[in-house]
Design a protein around this ligand. Sequence first.
Ligand SMILES: NC(=O)C1=CN([C@@H]2O[C@H](COP(=O)(O)OP(=O)(O)OC[C@H]3O[C@@H](n4cnc5c(N)ncnc54)[C@H](OP(=O)(O)O)[C@@H]3O)[C@@H](O)[C@H]2O)C=CC1
Ligand SMILES: O=C(O)CCCC(=O)O
Length: 482
Amino acid sequence: MQLKDSSLLVEACFIDGAWVGEGATPVTNPVNGAVIAKVPHFGAEETTRAVEAAGRAQAGWAKRTAKERAGILRRWFDLIIANRDDLALIMTSEQGKPLAEARGEIDYAAAFIEFYAEEAKRLYGETIPSPWPNARMVVIRQPVGVVAAITPWNFPAAMITRKVGPALAAGCAAVVKPAGETPLTALALGLLAERAGLPAGVLNIVTGSAKDIGRVMTEHPLVKLISFTGSTEVGKLLMRQAASTVKKVGLELGGNAPFIVFDDADVDAAVEGAMASKFRNMGQTCVCANRLYVQAGIHDAFVEKLAARVKALKVGDGTEAGIEQGPLITDAAVAKVEEHIADALSKGAEVLVGGKRHPLGHTFFEPTVLTHVKKDMMIAREETFGPLAPVFRFETEADVIAQSNDTEFGLAAYFFSRDIGRIFRVAEALEYGIVGVNSGLISTEVAPFGGVKESGIGREGSRHGIEEYTELKYMLLAGLDK
Ligand SMILES: NC(=O)C1=CN([C@@H]2O[C@H](COP(=O)(O)OP(=O)(O)OC[C@H]3O[C@@H](n4cnc5c(N)ncnc54)[C@H](OP(=O)(O)O)[C@@H]3O)[C@@H](O)[C@H]2O)C=CC1
Ligand SMILES: O=C(O)CCCC(=O)O
C-alpha cells in the first residue's frame, strides 16, 4: 500500500493517549486475502483500562467550553480531509469498496466531525414557566459520561465519526471497538485525533475479542451509553447485557428496505435510484434496497433498463481505475447471497443478470438481477447484504404498502412516484425511520438516521444525534420571594 504518509498505517491500540500492544491479528485485503497489517488482540483487561482512562479524562473534557471542544474537533476534521487519499486507500485495502466510494465515505465521515463541532455550541437548554410564583425552572443538557461504541466493517470511518463526533462534542469521552475486518481505518482516525490535540483518554480505540470487549463495554459501571451499529442479533445481545447497569443504548441494526416503483414514476430516475441504493458498497449497507417492488404497468420497462445498467457494472479490485464494484467482505457474505439466490430459484425466480461467483474468484460476486420473485422466498424476509436485486411485481398501492410493512425491520424505504397525493399517502404509511422519495440516497450528516421496530433505537446525525449523548437536568430554583 503506497501511502503519502506511511505513519497512518498503525498496528497498535490507542489507550489513555498512548499507542499500545503489538500486531497479533492479521487484517486482510478481501481482493485476494493478502495480509496488510496486524493489530493487537486485546480483551477485558485492556478494555477496562481504556474505560477507566476515559472516565478520568471525561470530567476535564466536559469542563472545557463548547468552543474549545469545537476547535479541536474542527482540527480533526481538517486533518481527515487533508489525509483523504491515504485514509481512502487504507479503507479500500481492508474493506474492498472502490476508491471513489472510499473517498466519498471519508468526506461523509469527516462531515460528522465538522457538523458536531458546530453543533457543540448549540446544545441549548430551556426555561419553563413555573407553576409557583416564587420559583423558576431551568433545564440544562449535560454529557452522559463515558460512551462505548462498537462499529461494523461496511463503513469503517463514518460509523465511528457518527458516534464519536457527537459524543465528544457533547463533552463525553469514548472507547471504540472497530470491526475485526476493518480496524486500520479506525486506528488512522485515532492518530489524526491525537494530532488534532485531543487530550489523552478522551478517545480510546481497542481491537481484539468482540465478546470480551463488548462484555466490559456493556457491564462496566463507568460506561453510561453503548452505541452499536451491526447485526440485529448482536444488538439484542448487547442490549440484554447493558440492562445489568441500565445503560442508555443506541442501536443501528439490520434493515429490509423496500424500493417501490409506481406506474407514474420517471422510469430512468427510478433505475438510477435503484442502482445507487442497491449497489452502493456492493449492496452491503443496512439501507440498501433489499426488495424492489415494481408496479405491473412499468415492470417490463424498468426491468429491462435495470438489467442493462447492472450488466455494465465494472467489477474488480477497487484500487483500479473505473471499478464500480469490489469484492464482498468475506466468504460468509458470498455464501449468504448464494443461499438467497438458490432459495429463490428453487421457488420459481429467474436470473436476468449475474447469479453466481465472479470469474475473478475469491469473494467477488456477479451483480445480479432476479425476476419473478415472490413473498415466500428468503429474500422477502432477510437482508441479503450483497449485490442482488430481486424484483417483485405488484398491482395496487394498498398491496405494496402491506408487503413493504410485512417485516420486523423498519430502517429505510424508498419509492418513486410523481403523484403528490400518493407521495404523502405512501410516505406516511410506510413504517420506517427513513423514507426516500424519488431518490436512492438518503444519508447525510444533517438528517436523523435510524430505524423503528427491530431496526434499532435512537437517531444518529442531525441535531437529534447529539441529544442522545446528553442527559437532561431539571433545576427548580425556589425561594425567590424576599
Ligand atoms: N446495520 C448494519 O449496518 C450492519 C449489518 N450487518 C448485518 O449483520 C450481518 C453479519 O455481519 P457481521 O459483521 O457478522 O455483524 P456483527 O453484528 O457481528 O458485527 C458488527 C460489530 O459487532 C461486533 N461484535 C460481534 N459480536 C459481538 C459480541 N458478542 N459482543 C460485542 N461485539 C460484537 C463485531 O466485532 P468483530 O468484527 O470483532 O466480530 C463488529 O465490531 C450482515 O450480513 C448484515 O446483514 C453487518 C454489519 C453492519
Ligand atoms: O449500513 C450502515 O450500517 C449504515 C449506513 C450508511 C449510511 O448510509 O449512513
